[in-house]
Design a protein around this ligand. Structure first.
Ligand SMILES: O=C(O)CCC(=O)C(=O)O
Ligand SMILES: [Fe+2]
Length: 293
């Protein structure tokens, strides 16, 4: 059970690190599987996942070797504590191996027209980083509190100026502090989909705990790579997304279905046909949703 303080902290900061969700053995097994599977499907090189069509990939739950990443009691009950409702999974998940660093300030809320000051966006992303980012580069960076700001594209400009009278809510990069999340092996980090974040965070040898803007990180990585603390191991990460039944979730899924690579993943997935998965999900009170009719 998450205590009230932690739940409040999540909704204030927009993220939370959950310690010791997976054992060292589980993490090793996930790493081995992801490495083999990625090399088989996608080749040996560092990969730019943004450009891949990912024709053969399934969602994470459809790989028997990764089932326990999603069907984890501690993880699902923590998400339930945060969302305060039945947790829904519809197959929006993936894994990455040795990805080409992709650093960019962004959030992942889609078709989100609700006010970020007065509403809680009922969707979260879970990142399971399968190596140490407490002391090494390449983890995730989050802008603390940025879930309460207006990202470009949201239609609430007027509200911002009338109710808040500040630019702070429009330009989270300038006004909010980013932190490099100190995830260790076995941890999961959960962030709200309104929270601004960026991958492949750079830690400097001389200032390991200072978080820089992704543009500066790219500059350092390109021109002064020796200043960086390198990654601990090849980067392996498992991402998954959960929500609670709501208009926001429906809107989000509508956007998922517009993207051919996501639709392919949903079509290839088989978790809805697997009796064992259905049984465990029921025990965990996790609702599996079919989004391909
Ligand atoms: O690569 C990362 O660490 C961040 C990935 C990301 O932006 C996401 O999963 O939404
Ligand atoms: Fe993202």
């Amino acid at each position: 059970m998450l205590n009230e303080d932690k739940i409040k902290q999540f909704w204030k900061d927009g993220y939370l690190i959950v310690k010791n969700v997976y054992s060292k053995n589980e993490v090793e097994a996930y790493r081995n599987f992801i490495s083999k599977e990625s090399k088989k499907n996608l080749g040996e090189e560092s990969l730019n996942y943004k450009e891949l069509e990912q024709k053969n990939l399934k969602d994470v739950l459809s790989y028997p070797e990764l089932q326990s990443v999603i069907l984890n009691k501690k993880l699902i009950s923590t998400i339930r504590d945060i969302l305060g409702d039945e947790v829904v999974y519809w197959g929006y998940s993936s894994f990455r191996w040795n990805e080409k660093p992709y650093r960019s300030f962004h959030n992942d809320a889609k078709n989100d027209f609700d006010c970020p000051f007065t509403t809680k966006y009922p969707l979260v992303r879970v990142g399971v980083y399968l190596q140490n980012h407490s002391d090494f580069s390449n983890g995730v960076k989050v802008w603390k509190g940025s879930c309460h700001t207006l990202r470009y594209g949201r239609k609430l400009l007027k509200k911002i100026f009338i109710e808040k009278g500040s630019f702070k809510y429009l330009f989270p990069q300038q006004f909010y502090k980013s932190v490099n999340a100190k995830t260790e092996v076995g941890d999961a980090i959960i962030w709200n989909l309104r929270t601004c974040h960026s991958g492949s965070a750079v830690r400097l040898k001389i200032l390991p705990n200072v978080s820089f803007h992704p543009l500066i990180e790219n500059f350092i990585a390109n021109y002064f790579p020796k200043m960086m603390i390198q990654e601990e191991k090849e980067r392996a990460v498992i991402f998954s997304t959960f929500g609670s039944e709501s208009f926001s979730l429906e809107n989000f899924i509508k956007d998922n279905l517009k993207h051919i690579e996501m639709k392919n993943i949903f079509k290839n997935s088989n978790f809805l046909q697997n009796e064992e998965i259905k049984k465990i999900s029921e025990e965990l009170n996790l609702k599996l949703k079919n989004v391909i009719s």
